[in-house]
Design a protein around this ligand. Structure first.
Ligand SMILES: [Fe+2]
Ligand SMILES: [Fe+2]
Length: 119
């Protein structure tokens, strides 16, 4: 899971860098799509893992994933259909939720897994 978190962080940095370097909107949109697709995949993998091991906080974690994904997809969609909206705001938002989620919500299952000798 940590590897996937690292890839998400990298993709976000890639997007930030592209924007700073004045990338074309289409290129930024592509990177954004890539990030969303990967996030979807990661959430799915994570939920599968938690489900397989009967993690008691799964329902809440899954709800949080759903909420985030809906929020990102919605913002990205709006952004991709309105060229005048600033992409930097979305990037800030993405970065914040990523840090919050990975460092708070995702941290809750690690110790539980260790206690139950998963891994
Ligand atoms: Fe998660
Ligand atoms: Fe995660």
């Amino acid at each position: 899971m940590d590897d996937q978190h690292a890839i998400m962080m990298e993709t976000m940095n890639e997007l930030r860098l592209a924007l700073v370097q004045g990338a074309k909107r289409t290129q930024a949109n592509e990177l954004l799509d890539k990030l969303i697709e990967f996030t979807r995949l990661h959430f799915w993998n994570e939920e599968l893992l938690l489900e397989r091991h009967g993690f008691p906080g799964l329902a809440g974690h899954r709800a949080e994933h759903r909420r985030l994904l809906a929020q990102i997809t919605e913002s990205a969609h709006r952004l991709q259909h309105n060229e005048s909206l600033p992409m930097g705001d979305l990037l800030l938002f993405l970065h914040d939720w990523f840090i919050d989620h990975v460092e708070d919500v995702d941290r809750q299952y690690g110790p539980w897994m260790n206690e139950h000798n998963v891994y």
